[in-house]
Ligand binder design. Sequence first.
Ligand SMILES: *Cc1c(COP(=O)(O)O)cnc(C)c1O
Length: 385
Amino acid sequence: MPDKREPAFCRGRAWIELDQKALRHNVGVLRKLLPDGCELMPAVKTNAYGHGAVLISRELNRLGVNAFCVATVQEGAELRNNDITGTILVLGYTHPKDFLLLRRYHLTQTVLDLSYAKILDRYGKKISVHVKIDTGMRRLGERSEKIEEISKIFECRNLNIEGIFTHLCVADENSSESVAFTHAQAKAFYDVVAELHQRGFICPKKHIVSSDGLLYYPELAENYARVGIALYGVLSTRADTERCGISLEPVLSIKARIALVKDLFQGEAAGYGLQFVASQDSRIAVVAIGYGDGIPRSLSCGVGSVLIQGIKAPIVGRICMDQMLVDISNIPNVKAGDVAVIIGQSGDEKITACDLAEQDGTISNEILSRLGERLERQFVGKKEF
Ligand SMILES: *Cc1c(COP(=O)(O)O)cnc(C)c1O
């Protein structure tokens, strides 16, 4: 049976533990990379990459972080409703019907291009904005060569322009083409800033880099480093994490309860589609987490594993929405109520978000940001526990 002294949040079927020390450590090492005059502006969009936006932002506020970026106005409002202070930049599109929320919650909107600037301006009340410049990614932002259009953005009377920024798209790649492309992006951005200056327009805050940009081009960091993935202690892939040269510590662990243990006779099959067939008498555990919680179904049938008592137990059969089966034939004394580690450390073994990403053919960012609402999240290592 579950231990009565366990904190309530992890009496559930599956949960996320956040490591406060790891977050502090990552903030510390990333801050060391910042040039003078530059602050962290952590990306806490998509529920802080699945970690829990309010929990993470509150902790960051305590660590003196005073600027955040989110993807949507609703994400920004949620932070304000939980007393998060500082600048909150909305990176993405906001519907004109939601412009009032920008003002109500003191959010800063990204100007996506000149036509969006005009729509914001027509709202008729002052809105704080950062202007986005497209220097090569060809996603959001007015194209850097369209200096007349960019100047017109600066002429909008109702825009309180507090910043100007761009986004790098190959900062993680070290080929000579990618390095040249990144330098060209930076030059295009600085040319825009210089031209605006010539025309008498002031850009108070400038920012260019996200995680990879800060790691490999810290000289471009200017006033804000919009770090996301690195702050959470992993990079997109294992190779990136090994190459980056600084020690980041994963903030998140995922754990799930073993609902029951069951013996299978040789030749018996299990799970949807009976995809697992016991080649010998076997013992399986039903683990109370599934693809509904964000565990990729592609990890079914032996691709992924979980840790139980510091030993890897392969996922067998097809992962279901709320649970999955693991083979524990080689792990003695597993009982219902025991805990399986899906991401994190157990004994000397660990499984990282990058491992799951590799097995799923994606990047850790996608694994983390898809983690389900149903998982309760809590910092561990605090006095309360
Ligand atoms: C998500 C995002 C970031 C953070 O990127 P990481 O690679 O996770 O550090 C920074 N800037 C913009 C515009 C983003 O959309």
